[in-house]
Design a protein around this ligand. Structure first.
Ligand SMILES: *Cc1c(COP(=O)(O)O)cnc(C)c1O
Length: 383
C-alpha cells in the first residue's frame, strides 16, 4: 500500500516570504535602482510612492514618514494641543495609539468599543466628552472600519479633531448614508497608517504615512516630519526626523499595485473560516457592518465557553500558530497608571480581551492549510 504523504506548507501567522517570492524580480529591481541612484533619502522612489498612495486613497495630501507610530505622533503635534488636553481613544487597541498621546503630555481617555465591530463606540465617545476634550482617535481595528459617519458628526457638534488610526485597515472602503464612498484614513481631519512588514501593505522594514484633505494641515504635517522646516535650515517649529526610507519606498511601489489582490486573498481565507465556523454556538465569526468592507488584517474569533489557553496550546502542538490581540487593554496598562485607571469600568473591553483569538491570516494561505486549521479548532471545541 503506498504511504500517504500529507504535503502541507508549515502554517505561519503571516507568510511574507512566499508573498515576496511571487514579486521578487520586480522588488529586487526596485531596490537595486535605489542602490545605483545613490538617492537613499527622499528621491524618485519616495515621491513616486507618495503620489501613487495619494491616488489610491483619492486623498488631497499624503505625507510619508518613518512608521505608523510617528504618523500618529506627527498628527497630534500638528493640532496645537496643550498639555492636559484630552484625547478620546478606544482602550481595546495596540499601545501605539495611546502611547503617543501620553508622550505629548496629553491625557488619553479610554472608551468602550462595540462588541460586534471591535471599534470605538459613538455612545461611549459622547459620554466621555468634557470641556478639555480636543480630539478623538478611532482605530479601524483588525481591518474593520470604525463608525466614522457618527464620529465625524460628534466631532462637528463639539468642535473636535478626528485622527484615524488606519494602521490595520489600509484599502478599506467606507460608505456613507448618502451613498458616497471614501477610503478609511481620508475621512477624519488626519489619517495615519503603517507599513510594518505584517500589515496589509507591508514594507521590508518600517514605514508610515499621513493623509489629510486640508492644505494648511498638510503643510504643517510635512514640516513637523522634517525638523519643523520648510526652507532648509530655517526651523519654525519643533518637529522630528521621520522619513520613509527610499529602499522601503521601492518595495512599497511594487506592493501597492498588488494591494487590492492581497485584500481579495485575505477575504477568500476569511470566507473559508466563516463557512467552517458558521452558526457554531461557541464561536462568533467577524461581523461586517453594512457601511464598510472588511480587509481582514486579522481574522479574530470571539469564543464563548471555550478554554482559550488550552485551545491555543492544542493548536501549537499541531504547529498551528494563534495570537491574542491584545491581551491587556489600555486602561489596565501600568504605563498609564497616572491617568486614574482605577476609575475605569470597561466591561465590554474586558469581556473581549478574555475571549478573542486571532487565527493565521495572510495572502498565501492554501486551502489544505485552512482545512487543517478549521478541522483542528472544531476538533478541540466539539470534544
Ligand atoms: C501597527 C500599528 C500601529 C503602529 O505602527 P508602527 O509602524 O509599528 O509604528 C499603530 N496603531 C495600530 C492599531 C497598529 O496596528
Amino acid at each position: 500500500m503506498p504511504t500517504f504523504i500529507f504535503r502541507m506548507k508549515p502554517i505561519q501567522m503571516v507568510d511574507t516570504k512566499t508573498q515576496y517570492l511571487k514579486i521578487k524580480e520586480e522588488v529586487d529591481k526596485g531596490i537595486f535602482e535605489v542602490l545605483e541612484s545613490a538617492q537613499y533619502i527622499g528621491g524618485t522612489k519616495v515621491n513616486e510612492f507618495a503620489n501613487a498612495l495619494n491616488t489610491y486613497h483619492n486623498s488631497a495630501y499624503t505625507i510619508t514618514c518613518a512608521n505608523g507610530t510617528d504618523a500618529l505622533q506627527i498628527a497630534m503635534m500638528a493640532l496645537n494641543l496643550q498639555p492636559g488636553d484630552e484625547v478620546i481613544t478606544p482602550s481595546f487597541t495596540y499601545i501605539a495609539t495611546t502611547e503617543v498621546v501620553a508622550l505629548l503630555r496629553l491625557k488619553p481617555v479610554f472608551v468602550e468599543v462595540d462588541p460586534k465591530t471591535f471599534c470605538i463606540s459613538p455612545e461611549a465617545v459622547r459620554k466621555a466628552i468634557t470641556p478639555k476634550t480636543k480630539a478623538i482617535v478611532p482605530v479601524h481595528l483588525y481591518g474593520h472600519a470604525a463608525p466614522m459617519e457618527e464620529i465625524m458628526q460628534i466631532a462637528q457638534e463639539y468642535n473636535l479633531f478626528v485622527i484615524e488610526d488606519n494602521a490595520q485597515a489600509i484599502g478599506s472602503d467606507y460608505t456613507f448614508s448618502n451613498g458616497a464612498t471614501k477610503k478609511t484614513a481620508t475621512i477624519g481631519h488626519i489619517g495615519c497608517t503603517s507599513f510594518y512588514p505584517s500589515k496589509n501593505l507591508g514594507a521590508y522594514g518600517d514605514g508610515g504615512a499621513i493623509f489629510t484633505q486640508d492644505a494648511t494641515l498638510a503643510e504643517k504635517l510635512k514640516m513637523i516630519a522634517n525638523h519643523g522646516q520648510k526652507v532648509r535650515y530655517m526651523h519654525d517649529m519643533v518637529g522630528c526626523n521621520s522619513r520613509l526610507d527610499a529602499i522601503q519606498a521601492a518595495v512599497l511601489n511594487v506592493k501597492l499595485k498588488q494591494l487590492d489582490n492581497y485584500i481579495e486573498a485575505r477575504r477568500k481565507a476569511a470566507a473559508f473560516y466563516n463557512n467552517a465556523f458558521a452558526n457554531h454556538p461557541k464561536i462568533t465569526t467577524p461581523f461586517v457592518a453594512s457601511y464598510c468592507n472588511h480587509v481582514y488584517h486579522q481574522y479574530t474569533l470571539i469564543l464563548d465557553g471555550v478554554n482559550r489557553d488550552e485551545l491555543a496550546k492544542y493548536l501549537a502542538e499541531k504547529n498551528i500558530p494563534s495570537m491574542i490581540y491584545y491581551p491587556v487593554p489600555g486602561h489596565k496598562q501600568k504605563v498609564f497608571e497616572s491617568f486614574g485607571l482605577e476609575n475605569y469600568n470597561l466591561e465590554t473591553t474586558d469581556w473581549l480581551t478574555e475571549r478573542v483569538i486571532s487565527l493565521p491570516m495572510h495572502t498565501e494561505l492554501e486551502e489544505n492549510q485552512l482545512q487543517f486549521i478549521t478541522t483542528e479548532i472544531l476538533n478541540f471545541i466539539n470534544n
